[in-house]
Design a protein around this ligand. Structure first.
Ligand SMILES: Cc1cc2nc3c(=O)[nH]c(=O)nc-3n(C[C@H](O)[C@H](O)[C@H](O)COP(=O)(O)O)c2cc1C
Length: 230
C-alpha cells in the first residue's frame, strides 16, 4: 500500500505537449508533503572522459530550482569538484528523481551550462553562514589528510573572515562567493516520466526536443513525445 496519494495515477492520453509542467507538479507535491527528508534530491550522472573508454559517474545533488517554462533544472556545486571537471569536458548530464513513496520516477538529460554569476551570488548569499564558510573550506573531491585537517581548513576560513561562531546570528555577514562555487543549469532535451503500475505494466512517457545554444541560453525546438513499453 502506498503511504500517500500520489500526484498522478496514469499518464494523460494523448501525452501532454510538454513534460516539464507535470514534473513541476510532482516535485511541488513531494516538497509540500515532505515525502522524504530531501524530496528535491536527484541522482546526477555525468561522463568521466579522463579514462578510456569514458565511464559514467553519478552522485546525489539537490535540485534548487525547476524552471518549467524553459525546461531547466538548477543545482549548485563546486566547479572544481570531480563532477565539475567532468562537466567541463563533457557538458551534458542526466538527472534522475525517484519518489519511492509515490512510485514515480523522472529522468532528465541534456546539455549543462553554468548559471549567470548574479544567480549564483544570490543563491550563495541566501545560504546559512556555516554553509557559505563550508563552500570556502572544502576543496570538494580533493584528498584530505584527516577530519582534523578539514576542520582546520574551516578554522582558517573563519579567521580569514573574522568570524568566531558562525551559528551566532550576530556574527552573520556578507562574505563573497568563491569563484569556483556556483550553479549549473541542466537543460532538458530528453525527459522520461514513469508511473509505477500494478503487474509491472508501468506507464512511461518520453519527450524530446532540439536545443540550439545561443549566447548564454538555449533556443528550443518543439517538444515531441511517445509512449514507451515498460
Ligand atoms: C542528499 C544529498 C544531497 C546532496 N546535495 C549536494 C548538492 O546539492 N551539491 C553538491 O555539490 N553535492 C551534494 N551532495 C554531495 C554529493 O553527492 C557528492 O558527494 C559531492 O558533490 C562530490 O561529488 P563529485 O566528487 O562527484 O563531484 C549531496 C549528497 C547527498 C547525500
Amino acid at each position: 500500500m502506498r503511504a500517500s496519494k500520489r500526484p498522478i495515477e496514469q499518464l494523460p492520453e494523448p501525452l501532454p505537449a510538454e513534460p516539464m509542467a507535470m514534473l513541476g507538479t510532482w516535485l511541488a507535491q513531494a516538497t509540500r508533503e515532505k515525502i522524504s527528508p530531501n524530496p528535491n534530491a536527484m541522482t546526477l550522472a555525468t561522463v568521466d572522459a579522463s579514462v578510456s573508454p569514458p565511464e559514467p559517474d553519478a552522485r546525489t545533488v539537490l535540485c534548487k530550482d525547476l524552471d518549467t517554462e524553459n525546461g531547466i533544472i538548477v543545482f549548485y556545486s563546486n566547479y572544481h569538484s570531480a563532477k565539475g571537471r567532468q562537466l567541463d569536458r563533457v557538458s551534458c548530464a542526466t538527472a534522475v528523481f525517484h519518489w519511492d513513496a509515490y512510485d514515480l520516477q523522472a529522468r532528465i538529460r541534456g546539455p549543462v551550462t553554468r548559471c549567470p554569476v548574479v544567480e549564483s551570488d544570490d543563491y550563495f548569499n541566501s545560504r546559512p553562514l556555516l554553509s557559505r564558510l563550508g563552500a570556502w573550506a572544502s576543496k570538494q573531491s580533493q584528498p584530505v589528510a584527516s577530519r582534523e585537517a578539514l576542520l582546520q581548513q574551516l578554522e582558517d576560513i573563519k579567521a580569514r573572515f573574522d568570524i568566531k561562531n558562525p551559528r551566532d546570528p550576530a556574527e552573520d555577514k556578507v562574505i563573497p562567493r568563491p569563484e569556483n562555487w556556483g550553479g549549473y543549469r541542466l537543460w532538458a532535451r530528453n525527459v522520461e516520466l514513469w508511473i509505477g503500475q500494478r503487474g509491472r505494466l508501468h506507464e512511461r512517457g518520453k519527450w524530446w526536443r532540439e536545443l540550439t545554444p545561443e549566447a548564454d541560453k538555449m533556443i528550443s525546438g518543439p517538444w515531441q513525445s511517445r509512449r514507451l513499453q515498460p
